[in-house]
Design a protein around this ligand. Structure first.
Ligand SMILES: NC(=O)c1ccc[n+]([C@@H]2O[C@H](COP(=O)([O-])OP(=O)(O)OC[C@H]3O[C@@H](n4cnc5c(N)ncnc54)[C@H](OP(=O)(O)O)[C@@H]3O)[C@@H](O)[C@H]2O)c1
Length: 165
């Protein structure tokens, strides 16, 4: 299992249930990395998507609500139930795509973190834990990109000892 996130250097990822930045190259990268894969997300993130479910991906949504139907998505009600379903997929093909509540519960189980590392700070209300505190180490970084007045790099972090699901 892997995670993919766009975060600022202060670990901010969202505001008012929206993304912090509009970065077309980042969205293209997200699509390339996750298409034909399994994407795991919390209900808030699912509801924030402009187009849902994400096309050409297995969409798995976590919520404690029992009475909800999301067309085109598989719903799970706990991390345990998620792990049971994930056992039927190759874990290399599973991407945790947010939001904070889900990253924070699942980052220990992820092998690679594909991070869009944003230098610019903006108002935010949603933050993730520091992935380096749970064992991720920087493996690769792109050149600095500049888009819509935002400086960022694409980074890959590796967790050498991910927990087993
Ligand atoms: N920058 C990025 O890469 C990125 C990526 C994704 C999202 N985001 C941003 O992150 C923000 C949303 O994050 P968030 O933390 O508020 O929400 P979230 O993680 O998307 O979803 C949280 C919801 O997931 C459900 N949930 C969480 N843990 C659960 C568990 N153990 N068992 C069952 N259900 C569980 C709950 O749903 P119920 O309340 O329905 O029970 C909870 O309210 C938005 O601003 C979004 O734009 C940013």
């Amino acid at each position: 299992m892997n995670l993919i996130v766009a975060m600022t250097k202060n670990y901010a990822i969202g505001n008012k249930n929206e993304l912090l930045f509009h970065l077309p190259t980042d969205l293209k990268n997200f699509k390339e990395k996750t298409t034909n894969k399994v994407v795991v997300m919390g209900l808030n993130t699912y509801l924030s998507l402009p187009k849902r479910p994400l096309p050409n991906r297995v969409n798995i949504v976590i919520t404690r609500k029992n009475d909800i139907v999301l067309e085109g998505a598989t719903i799970v009600h706990s991390i345990q139930e998620l792990f049971e379903i994930l056992k039927t997929y190759n874990s290399d093909n599973v991407f945790v795509i947010g939001g904070a509540k889900i990253y924070n519960q699942l980052m220990d189980y992820c092998k690679y973190a594909y991070v869009t590392y944003i230098e610019t700070e903006v108002p935010a209300d949603t933050y993730i834990k520091n992935i380096e505190n749970v064992g991720f180490k920087l493996k690769e970084s792109s050149q600095i990109m500049h888009e819509n007045d935002v400086d960022y790099t694409f980074r890959i972090y590796e967790n050498t000892k991910p927990k087993n699901i």
